[in-house]
Design a protein around this ligand. Structure first.
Ligand SMILES: *Cc1c(COP(=O)(O)O)cnc(C)c1O
Length: 455
Protein backbone atom coordinates (compact mmCIF):
# COMPACT_ATOMS: atom_id res chain seq x y z
CA UNK A 1 0.00 0.00 0.00
CA UNK A 2 2.71 2.38 0.98
CA UNK A 3 5.39 1.47 -1.46
CA UNK A 4 4.95 1.87 -5.17
CA UNK A 5 3.38 5.32 -5.00
CA UNK A 6 4.79 7.78 -7.49
CA UNK A 7 7.37 9.84 -5.69
CA UNK A 8 7.12 13.38 -6.87
CA UNK A 9 10.22 15.50 -6.62
CA UNK A 10 9.09 18.74 -5.07
CA UNK A 11 11.05 21.89 -4.89
CA UNK A 12 12.10 23.01 -1.49
CA UNK A 13 11.52 26.65 -2.29
CA UNK A 14 8.91 26.95 0.43
CA UNK A 15 10.90 25.34 3.22
CA UNK A 16 11.48 27.70 6.09
CA UNK A 17 14.93 29.15 5.97
CA UNK A 18 15.57 28.94 9.69
CA UNK A 19 15.52 25.14 9.86
CA UNK A 20 18.87 23.39 10.18
CA UNK A 21 18.00 20.56 7.77
CA UNK A 22 16.05 22.53 5.21
CA UNK A 23 18.70 25.21 5.15
CA UNK A 24 20.93 22.64 3.53
CA UNK A 25 18.62 20.82 1.13
CA UNK A 26 15.38 18.90 1.29
CA UNK A 27 16.01 15.29 2.36
CA UNK A 28 15.28 12.78 -0.37
CA UNK A 29 13.97 9.24 -0.16
CA UNK A 30 17.54 8.03 -0.60
CA UNK A 31 18.69 10.23 2.28
CA UNK A 32 16.02 8.66 4.47
CA UNK A 33 17.05 5.16 3.46
CA UNK A 34 20.63 6.01 4.33
CA UNK A 35 19.53 7.25 7.75
CA UNK A 36 17.74 3.94 8.36
CA UNK A 37 20.77 1.97 7.21
CA UNK A 38 22.97 3.89 9.66
CA UNK A 39 20.49 3.69 12.54
CA UNK A 40 21.84 1.51 15.39
CA UNK A 41 18.33 1.22 16.85
CA UNK A 42 16.90 -0.21 13.63
CA UNK A 43 16.96 -3.88 14.81
CA UNK A 44 14.57 -3.01 17.66
CA UNK A 45 11.79 -2.79 15.09
CA UNK A 46 12.07 -6.54 14.55
CA UNK A 47 10.52 -7.08 17.96
CA UNK A 48 7.09 -6.21 16.58
CA UNK A 49 4.39 -7.76 14.42
CA UNK A 50 3.79 -4.74 12.21
CA UNK A 51 1.36 -5.42 9.37
CA UNK A 52 2.80 -5.17 5.85
CA UNK A 53 1.87 -2.01 3.99
CA UNK A 54 1.26 0.01 7.14
CA UNK A 55 3.19 3.00 8.44
CA UNK A 56 2.19 3.14 12.06
CA UNK A 57 2.22 6.65 13.50
CA UNK A 58 -0.25 6.01 16.30
CA UNK A 59 1.85 4.19 18.89
CA UNK A 60 1.10 7.14 21.15
CA UNK A 61 -2.48 5.81 21.28
CA UNK A 62 -1.94 2.04 21.07
CA UNK A 63 1.51 0.53 20.80
CA UNK A 64 1.96 -2.39 18.35
CA UNK A 65 2.01 -6.08 19.20
CA UNK A 66 5.42 -7.49 20.20
CA UNK A 67 6.17 -10.92 18.68
CA UNK A 68 6.78 -12.34 22.15
CA UNK A 69 3.43 -11.34 23.62
CA UNK A 70 1.23 -14.13 22.28
CA UNK A 71 3.61 -16.88 23.44
CA UNK A 72 3.98 -15.29 26.87
CA UNK A 73 0.24 -14.94 27.36
CA UNK A 74 -0.29 -18.46 26.08
CA UNK A 75 2.24 -19.74 28.62
CA UNK A 76 0.53 -17.91 31.47
CA UNK A 77 -2.80 -19.35 30.33
CA UNK A 78 -1.73 -22.94 29.65
CA UNK A 79 1.08 -23.53 32.15
CA UNK A 80 0.34 -20.94 34.82
CA UNK A 81 -3.42 -21.13 34.94
CA UNK A 82 -4.12 -24.49 33.30
CA UNK A 83 -1.50 -26.59 35.07
CA UNK A 84 -0.39 -24.51 38.04
CA UNK A 85 -3.88 -23.42 38.99
CA UNK A 86 -3.96 -21.50 42.26
CA UNK A 87 -0.40 -22.60 43.06
CA UNK A 88 0.83 -20.11 40.42
CA UNK A 89 0.14 -17.12 42.67
CA UNK A 90 3.28 -18.27 44.51
CA UNK A 91 5.06 -20.64 42.13
CA UNK A 92 4.83 -18.38 39.07
CA UNK A 93 5.23 -15.17 41.06
CA UNK A 94 1.84 -13.82 40.08
CA UNK A 95 1.32 -12.17 43.43
CA UNK A 96 4.31 -9.86 43.04
CA UNK A 97 3.88 -9.15 39.33
CA UNK A 98 2.57 -5.57 39.89
CA UNK A 99 5.77 -4.72 41.78
CA UNK A 100 8.09 -6.52 39.37
CA UNK A 101 6.60 -4.92 36.26
CA UNK A 102 6.52 -1.64 38.18
CA UNK A 103 10.27 -1.93 38.80
CA UNK A 104 10.89 -2.53 35.08
CA UNK A 105 8.89 0.59 34.24
CA UNK A 106 10.81 2.40 36.97
CA UNK A 107 14.00 1.98 34.92
CA UNK A 108 12.39 4.11 32.19
CA UNK A 109 11.21 6.94 34.43
CA UNK A 110 14.09 7.55 36.84
CA UNK A 111 12.58 5.50 39.66
CA UNK A 112 14.37 3.08 41.94
CA UNK A 113 13.16 -0.43 42.85
CA UNK A 114 10.06 -0.55 45.04
CA UNK A 115 8.80 2.89 44.01
CA UNK A 116 6.44 1.96 41.15
CA UNK A 117 3.51 -0.45 40.78
CA UNK A 118 1.85 -1.58 37.54
CA UNK A 119 -1.86 -1.68 38.23
CA UNK A 120 -5.35 -0.52 37.25
CA UNK A 121 -5.90 2.19 34.62
CA UNK A 122 -4.35 5.65 34.40
CA UNK A 123 -7.69 7.18 35.42
CA UNK A 124 -8.00 4.97 38.50
CA UNK A 125 -4.37 5.48 39.50
CA UNK A 126 -4.86 9.21 39.21
CA UNK A 127 -7.89 8.97 41.50
CA UNK A 128 -5.85 7.11 44.12
CA UNK A 129 -2.85 9.42 43.82
CA UNK A 130 -4.83 12.67 43.90
CA UNK A 131 -6.89 11.50 46.86
CA UNK A 132 -3.72 10.58 48.77
CA UNK A 133 -2.07 13.88 47.84
CA UNK A 134 -5.14 15.80 49.03
CA UNK A 135 -5.00 13.88 52.28
CA UNK A 136 -1.30 14.72 52.76
CA UNK A 137 -1.84 18.35 51.89
CA UNK A 138 -4.71 18.62 54.37
CA UNK A 139 -2.29 17.64 57.11
CA UNK A 140 0.48 19.96 55.91
CA UNK A 141 -1.67 23.01 55.30
CA UNK A 142 -5.45 22.59 55.27
CA UNK A 143 -5.92 26.07 53.80
CA UNK A 144 -4.43 25.04 50.46
CA UNK A 145 -7.31 23.62 48.49
CA UNK A 146 -6.69 24.62 44.88
CA UNK A 147 -5.58 22.05 42.29
CA UNK A 148 -3.91 23.62 39.25
CA UNK A 149 -3.94 21.93 35.85
CA UNK A 150 -4.15 22.79 32.16
CA UNK A 151 -7.42 23.11 30.28
CA UNK A 152 -5.77 21.21 27.44
CA UNK A 153 -4.91 18.27 29.69
CA UNK A 154 -6.37 14.89 28.74
CA UNK A 155 -10.05 15.08 29.81
CA UNK A 156 -10.04 12.00 32.05
CA UNK A 157 -7.35 13.64 34.20
CA UNK A 158 -9.56 16.70 34.56
CA UNK A 159 -12.70 14.65 35.24
CA UNK A 160 -10.99 12.71 38.04
CA UNK A 161 -9.63 15.93 39.52
CA UNK A 162 -13.01 17.65 39.18
CA UNK A 163 -14.85 14.93 41.11
CA UNK A 164 -12.28 14.81 43.91
CA UNK A 165 -12.24 18.61 44.17
CA UNK A 166 -16.02 18.62 44.41
CA UNK A 167 -16.09 16.00 47.15
CA UNK A 168 -13.23 17.51 49.18
CA UNK A 169 -14.08 21.20 48.92
CA UNK A 170 -11.17 21.97 46.60
CA UNK A 171 -11.21 24.19 43.50
CA UNK A 172 -9.87 23.12 40.12
CA UNK A 173 -7.97 26.02 38.51
CA UNK A 174 -7.26 25.52 34.81
CA UNK A 175 -4.63 27.51 32.99
CA UNK A 176 -4.58 28.28 29.26
CA UNK A 177 -1.86 29.31 26.86
CA UNK A 178 1.86 28.71 27.20
CA UNK A 179 2.26 27.28 30.72
CA UNK A 180 5.72 28.84 31.04
CA UNK A 181 3.87 32.15 31.13
CA UNK A 182 0.54 31.24 32.73
CA UNK A 183 1.58 28.72 35.39
CA UNK A 184 3.56 31.06 37.67
CA UNK A 185 0.59 33.40 38.03
CA UNK A 186 -1.66 30.47 38.99
CA UNK A 187 0.61 29.34 41.84
CA UNK A 188 -0.82 31.40 44.68
CA UNK A 189 -0.73 30.68 48.44
CA UNK A 190 -4.01 28.77 48.11
CA UNK A 191 -2.54 26.07 45.80
CA UNK A 192 -2.17 22.61 47.28
CA UNK A 193 -1.40 20.57 44.18
CA UNK A 194 -0.24 20.90 40.59
CA UNK A 195 -1.26 18.07 38.23
CA UNK A 196 0.16 18.15 34.73
CA UNK A 197 0.69 15.77 31.85
CA UNK A 198 4.38 15.88 30.97
CA UNK A 199 3.79 15.67 27.20
CA UNK A 200 0.48 17.16 26.08
CA UNK A 201 -1.67 14.56 24.31
CA UNK A 202 -2.94 17.05 21.75
CA UNK A 203 -0.04 19.33 20.98
CA UNK A 204 2.98 17.18 21.84
CA UNK A 205 4.36 20.07 23.91
CA UNK A 206 6.61 18.93 26.75
CA UNK A 207 7.01 20.56 30.15
CA UNK A 208 10.37 21.05 31.81
CA UNK A 209 9.68 18.57 34.59
CA UNK A 210 12.44 19.71 36.94
CA UNK A 211 11.68 23.43 36.59
CA UNK A 212 7.90 23.05 36.96
CA UNK A 213 8.27 20.71 39.93
CA UNK A 214 10.63 23.17 41.61
CA UNK A 215 8.15 26.01 41.00
CA UNK A 216 5.27 23.97 42.44
CA UNK A 217 7.31 23.09 45.51
CA UNK A 218 8.47 26.68 45.98
CA UNK A 219 4.80 27.66 45.99
CA UNK A 220 4.04 25.05 48.67
CA UNK A 221 2.22 22.60 46.39
CA UNK A 222 2.61 18.89 45.73
CA UNK A 223 3.50 17.93 42.15
CA UNK A 224 1.73 15.11 40.29
CA UNK A 225 2.87 14.13 36.80
CA UNK A 226 0.99 12.08 34.21
CA UNK A 227 3.56 10.29 32.03
CA UNK A 228 1.07 8.76 29.56
CA UNK A 229 2.91 10.25 26.57
CA UNK A 230 6.39 10.15 28.12
CA UNK A 231 7.11 6.72 29.58
CA UNK A 232 9.06 4.79 26.96
CA UNK A 233 9.21 7.78 24.61
CA UNK A 234 11.33 10.45 26.28
CA UNK A 235 13.83 10.32 29.13
CA UNK A 236 12.12 10.96 32.46
CA UNK A 237 13.85 11.43 35.80
CA UNK A 238 11.20 11.55 38.51
CA UNK A 239 13.67 11.34 41.38
CA UNK A 240 16.01 13.82 39.73
CA UNK A 241 13.12 16.27 39.46
CA UNK A 242 11.98 15.38 43.00
CA UNK A 243 8.37 15.01 41.84
CA UNK A 244 5.88 13.79 44.44
CA UNK A 245 3.61 11.40 42.53
CA UNK A 246 3.31 10.11 38.98
CA UNK A 247 0.99 7.92 36.94
CA UNK A 248 1.29 6.68 33.38
CA UNK A 249 -0.14 4.46 30.70
CA UNK A 250 0.78 0.89 29.71
CA UNK A 251 -0.75 0.64 26.25
CA UNK A 252 0.90 3.60 24.51
CA UNK A 253 4.71 3.73 24.25
CA UNK A 254 5.02 0.73 26.60
CA UNK A 255 3.30 -1.57 24.07
CA UNK A 256 1.32 -3.46 26.72
CA UNK A 257 -1.78 -4.05 24.59
CA UNK A 258 -5.28 -2.56 24.53
CA UNK A 259 -6.38 -1.62 28.04
CA UNK A 260 -3.03 -2.71 29.53
CA UNK A 261 -2.50 -1.96 33.23
CA UNK A 262 -1.13 1.50 33.94
CA UNK A 263 1.36 2.47 36.66
CA UNK A 264 1.73 4.67 39.71
CA UNK A 265 4.86 6.03 41.38
CA UNK A 266 5.44 7.63 44.77
CA UNK A 267 8.57 9.57 45.64
CA UNK A 268 10.46 7.37 48.15
CA UNK A 269 11.02 10.44 50.33
CA UNK A 270 7.23 10.78 50.67
CA UNK A 271 6.53 7.06 50.73
CA UNK A 272 8.95 6.46 53.61
CA UNK A 273 7.09 9.04 55.65
CA UNK A 274 3.60 7.65 55.04
CA UNK A 275 1.79 7.06 58.30
CA UNK A 276 -0.71 4.37 59.22
CA UNK A 277 -3.59 6.70 58.38
CA UNK A 278 -2.25 8.05 55.06
CA UNK A 279 -4.61 6.18 52.75
CA UNK A 280 -5.64 6.60 49.16
CA UNK A 281 -9.42 6.85 48.69
CA UNK A 282 -9.48 3.31 47.30
CA UNK A 283 -8.40 0.89 49.98
CA UNK A 284 -8.42 -2.79 49.06
CA UNK A 285 -6.82 -5.89 50.39
CA UNK A 286 -3.88 -5.82 47.93
CA UNK A 287 -2.89 -2.50 49.50
CA UNK A 288 -2.98 -4.00 52.99
CA UNK A 289 0.26 -4.60 54.91
CA UNK A 290 -0.68 -8.28 55.35
CA UNK A 291 -3.43 -9.26 52.90
CA UNK A 292 -3.53 -12.85 54.04
CA UNK A 293 -3.88 -11.92 57.71
CA UNK A 294 -7.47 -11.06 56.74
CA UNK A 295 -7.84 -8.46 59.46
CA UNK A 296 -11.18 -6.65 59.51
CA UNK A 297 -9.48 -3.21 59.61
CA UNK A 298 -7.30 -1.58 56.94
CA UNK A 299 -3.59 -1.34 57.73
CA UNK A 300 -1.78 0.08 54.71
CA UNK A 301 1.25 -1.56 53.11
CA UNK A 302 4.42 0.58 53.02
CA UNK A 303 4.95 3.29 50.40
CA UNK A 304 3.53 2.89 46.91
CA UNK A 305 2.18 -0.60 47.63
CA UNK A 306 -0.82 0.87 49.40
CA UNK A 307 -1.92 2.07 45.96
CA UNK A 308 -2.71 -1.49 44.94
CA UNK A 309 -6.38 -2.20 45.44
CA UNK A 310 -7.81 -5.60 44.45
CA UNK A 311 -6.70 -8.72 42.61
CA UNK A 312 -4.69 -7.76 39.55
CA UNK A 313 -5.15 -8.94 35.93
CA UNK A 314 -2.27 -11.39 35.54
CA UNK A 315 -2.74 -12.04 31.81
CA UNK A 316 -2.64 -8.32 31.12
CA UNK A 317 0.32 -7.74 33.43
CA UNK A 318 2.24 -10.50 31.63
CA UNK A 319 1.55 -8.85 28.27
CA UNK A 320 2.59 -5.49 29.69
CA UNK A 321 5.86 -6.96 30.93
CA UNK A 322 6.68 -8.08 27.39
CA UNK A 323 5.84 -4.63 26.09
CA UNK A 324 8.03 -2.87 28.66
CA UNK A 325 10.89 -5.20 27.78
CA UNK A 326 10.70 -4.05 24.13
CA UNK A 327 11.70 -0.61 25.38
CA UNK A 328 14.30 -1.95 27.81
CA UNK A 329 15.84 -3.77 24.84
CA UNK A 330 17.25 -0.36 23.89
CA UNK A 331 19.35 -0.21 27.08
CA UNK A 332 22.47 -1.83 25.54
CA UNK A 333 22.10 0.55 22.57
CA UNK A 334 22.03 3.74 24.62
CA UNK A 335 18.60 3.45 26.17
CA UNK A 336 16.18 6.32 26.30
CA UNK A 337 18.87 8.88 25.47
CA UNK A 338 19.44 7.10 22.14
CA UNK A 339 15.69 6.66 21.59
CA UNK A 340 15.21 10.34 22.26
CA UNK A 341 17.88 11.35 19.75
CA UNK A 342 16.20 9.23 17.11
CA UNK A 343 12.73 10.46 18.03
CA UNK A 344 13.82 14.08 17.64
CA UNK A 345 15.46 13.30 14.32
CA UNK A 346 12.21 11.66 13.12
CA UNK A 347 9.98 14.53 14.23
CA UNK A 348 12.42 17.09 12.85
CA UNK A 349 12.44 15.27 9.51
CA UNK A 350 8.64 15.12 9.44
CA UNK A 351 8.31 18.85 10.14
CA UNK A 352 10.94 19.70 7.52
CA UNK A 353 9.34 17.52 4.85
CA UNK A 354 5.81 18.75 5.58
CA UNK A 355 6.96 22.35 5.34
CA UNK A 356 8.84 21.67 2.14
CA UNK A 357 6.32 19.49 0.34
CA UNK A 358 2.91 20.50 1.68
CA UNK A 359 3.39 24.26 1.71
CA UNK A 360 0.36 26.16 0.44
CA UNK A 361 -2.14 23.52 1.58
CA UNK A 362 -3.29 25.27 4.74
CA UNK A 363 -1.44 23.14 7.27
CA UNK A 364 0.03 24.73 10.37
CA UNK A 365 2.37 23.25 12.94
CA UNK A 366 0.95 23.05 16.48
CA UNK A 367 3.83 21.21 18.14
CA UNK A 368 6.64 23.39 19.50
CA UNK A 369 9.64 23.72 17.16
CA UNK A 370 12.20 23.80 19.94
CA UNK A 371 13.34 20.20 20.36
CA UNK A 372 13.49 20.41 24.15
CA UNK A 373 9.82 21.42 24.22
CA UNK A 374 8.60 18.56 21.99
CA UNK A 375 7.62 15.01 22.93
CA UNK A 376 7.63 12.21 20.39
CA UNK A 377 4.69 13.36 18.24
CA UNK A 378 3.98 16.09 15.73
CA UNK A 379 0.58 17.75 15.48
CA UNK A 380 -0.67 19.72 12.56
CA UNK A 381 -3.86 21.70 12.21
CA UNK A 382 -5.98 22.79 9.26
CA UNK A 383 -9.04 25.01 9.17
CA UNK A 384 -11.12 22.29 7.52
CA UNK A 385 -10.93 18.66 6.53
CA UNK A 386 -8.63 17.44 9.30
CA UNK A 387 -10.70 14.36 10.08
CA UNK A 388 -11.10 13.37 6.42
CA UNK A 389 -7.40 13.92 5.69
CA UNK A 390 -6.49 11.52 8.48
CA UNK A 391 -9.08 9.03 7.17
CA UNK A 392 -7.62 9.31 3.66
CA UNK A 393 -4.15 8.65 5.07
CA UNK A 394 -5.40 5.62 7.01
CA UNK A 395 -6.96 4.29 3.80
CA UNK A 396 -3.47 4.52 2.27
CA UNK A 397 -1.90 2.66 5.19
CA UNK A 398 -0.53 5.68 7.05
CA UNK A 399 -2.11 5.48 10.49
CA UNK A 400 -2.27 8.65 12.56
CA UNK A 401 -5.28 10.08 14.34
CA UNK A 402 -7.48 13.13 14.68
CA UNK A 403 -8.58 15.11 17.74
CA UNK A 404 -11.40 17.61 17.23
CA UNK A 405 -10.90 21.16 18.44
CA UNK A 406 -13.21 23.39 20.45
CA UNK A 407 -13.47 27.04 21.43
CA UNK A 408 -10.05 26.88 23.10
CA UNK A 409 -8.00 24.70 20.77
CA UNK A 410 -7.73 23.86 17.07
CA UNK A 411 -8.45 20.55 15.32
CA UNK A 412 -5.41 18.29 15.50
CA UNK A 413 -3.93 15.87 12.96
CA UNK A 414 -1.70 13.81 15.21
CA UNK A 415 1.33 11.74 14.20
CA UNK A 416 3.34 9.77 16.74
CA UNK A 417 6.92 8.72 16.00
CA UNK A 418 7.83 5.86 18.30
CA UNK A 419 11.59 5.50 17.75
CA UNK A 420 11.48 1.79 18.58
CA UNK A 421 9.87 0.90 15.27
CA UNK A 422 9.32 3.97 13.09
CA UNK A 423 12.02 4.59 10.51
CA UNK A 424 13.16 7.55 8.45
CA UNK A 425 11.85 6.07 5.21
CA UNK A 426 8.44 5.70 6.93
CA UNK A 427 8.49 9.43 7.58
CA UNK A 428 9.29 10.16 3.95
CA UNK A 429 6.42 8.01 2.68
CA UNK A 430 3.99 9.39 5.26
CA UNK A 431 4.65 12.93 4.08
CA UNK A 432 4.45 11.80 0.45
CA UNK A 433 0.98 10.41 1.10
CA UNK A 434 -0.05 13.55 2.96
CA UNK A 435 1.13 15.60 0.01
CA UNK A 436 -0.84 13.44 -2.44
CA UNK A 437 -4.02 13.50 -0.33
CA UNK A 438 -3.87 17.29 -0.25
CA UNK A 439 -2.73 17.80 -3.83
CA UNK A 440 -5.41 15.55 -5.35
CA UNK A 441 -8.15 16.63 -2.93
CA UNK A 442 -8.75 12.92 -2.23
CA UNK A 443 -9.88 13.83 1.27
CA UNK A 444 -13.02 15.48 -0.11
CA UNK A 445 -14.51 12.04 -0.85
CA UNK A 446 -17.85 11.94 1.06
CA UNK A 447 -17.07 8.43 2.32
CA UNK A 448 -14.18 9.87 4.35
CA UNK A 449 -16.27 12.44 6.20
CA UNK A 450 -18.33 10.02 8.32
CA UNK A 451 -17.15 10.10 11.92
CA UNK A 452 -16.59 6.76 13.66
CA UNK A 453 -16.96 6.02 17.38
CA UNK A 454 -13.18 6.02 17.96
CA UNK A 455 -11.22 8.72 16.16
C1 LIG B 1 -4.06 7.98 27.31
C2 LIG B 1 -4.20 8.87 28.49
C3 LIG B 1 -5.01 8.49 29.56
C4 LIG B 1 -5.79 7.22 29.49
O1 LIG B 1 -6.46 6.93 30.66
P1 LIG B 1 -7.17 5.50 30.80
O2 LIG B 1 -7.59 5.46 32.19
O3 LIG B 1 -6.19 4.46 30.38
O4 LIG B 1 -8.31 5.49 29.84
C5 LIG B 1 -5.08 9.34 30.66
N1 LIG B 1 -4.38 10.50 30.69
C6 LIG B 1 -3.60 10.89 29.68
C7 LIG B 1 -2.85 12.17 29.75
C8 LIG B 1 -3.50 10.10 28.54
O5 LIG B 1 -2.74 10.49 27.51
Amino acid sequence: MVTGCPASTPSCANASIDRPISSQRCPTLDDCRALDAADPLRPLRDQFDLPAGVIYLDGNSLGPLPHATAARVQDVVRAGWGQGLIRSWNAAGWFTLPQRVGDLIGRLIGAGPGETVATDSTSINLFKVLSLAMHLQRRRDAGRRVLVSERSNFPTDLYVAEALCRDHGWTLRLIDGDPRETLPAALGPDVGMVMLTHVNYRTGAMHDMAAVTAAAHAAGALMVWDLAHSAGAVPVDLNGADADFAVGCGYKYLNGGPGAPAFAWVNPRLGAGFGADDWPALTGWWGHAAPFAFTPDFQPAPGVQRLLCGTQPILSLAALEVGVRTVLAAEPLGGLAALRRKSLALTELFITLVEARCAGHGLALVTPRAPERRGSQVCLTRAEGGYAIVQALIARGVIGDFRAGDAHQPDILRFGFAPLYVGFEDVWHAVDHLYQVLQTGAWRDPALQRPQAVT
